[in-house]
Design a binder for this molecule. Structure first.
Ligand code: FMN
Length: 190
């Protein structure tokens, strides 16, 4: 798929089939993620790939964390939370490495990891996959970070859910850039 076609056709797709993805395809997406720009070449993205029953273990931790946040919650809501990671056969959790030296800025590391996420989304689009970037309370929970191997003060910027789309994609309609753009151009006599 041509680059602009991938950019303009990409959309969040949450409904995907449960069929597993070949590991080589997941690796191709990760490799695309790792091409993102990053200041001082620190490659601050950290990918945790969850497939198979690892998603059930994540669901268990998510349900426990949900119950800790909302102690009154009933079984049905807990079950719903537990099942969330099963919405796609592959989840890539993306964490951000803390700066290891003073010149490295944490916000820049977050920007680089976010660029890696977008690369993964575009690569998924080019492969005919459906993907969605998800966050929410789950992404800020220290217990969930711990399960994924991240420190409590490390940013977990998203869970990218990926699979083969259930429905044929429809071209997304999006607002243009005009109302979010100003132009500062040549001025006479300056
Ligand atoms: C940082 C980030 C977090 C997001 N978190 C969620 C989320 O938790 N749940 C969700 O349904 N979509 C989430 N999204 C996807 C957005 O809702 C989606 O990109 C937006 O609706 C625009 O739709 P599009 O991706 O199809 O263009 C997130 C996107 C970003 C960039």
């Amino acid at each position: 798929m041509e680059l602009y076609e991938a950019i303009f056709s990409r959309q969040s797709i949450g409904k995907v089939r449960p069929d597993p993805l070949p590991r080589s395809l997941i690796e191709k997406l990760l490799a695309a993620g790792a091409q993102a720009p990053n200041h001082y070449k620190v490659r601050p993205w950290r990918f945790v790939v969850l497939t198979g029953t690892a998603r059930e273990r994540l669901g268990q931790v998510m349900a426990e964390s949900f119950q800790a946040r909302f102690p009154q919650v009933g079984d049905e809501a807990l079950e719903k939370e537990r099942a969330k990671p099963l919405r796609a056969p592959v989840i890539i959790a993306v964490g951000v490495e803390k700066p290891g030296e003073p010149k490295v800025d944490e916000v820049e590391n977050i920007c680089a990891a976010a660029a890696a996420c977008q690369n993964i989304l575009l690569a998924a689009q080019a492969e005919g996959l459906g993907a969605i970037w998800r966050t929410g309370d789950t992404a800020r929970d220290p217990k969930i970070k711990q399960f994924l191997g991240f420190a409590p003060d490390q940013h977990l910027i998203g869970f990218i859910y990926i699979g083969y789309p259930e429905n044929p994609p429809v071209k997304p309609e999006r607002p243009s850039f005009e109302d979010r753009t100003v132009w500062l151009e040549n001025q006479p006599n300056f």
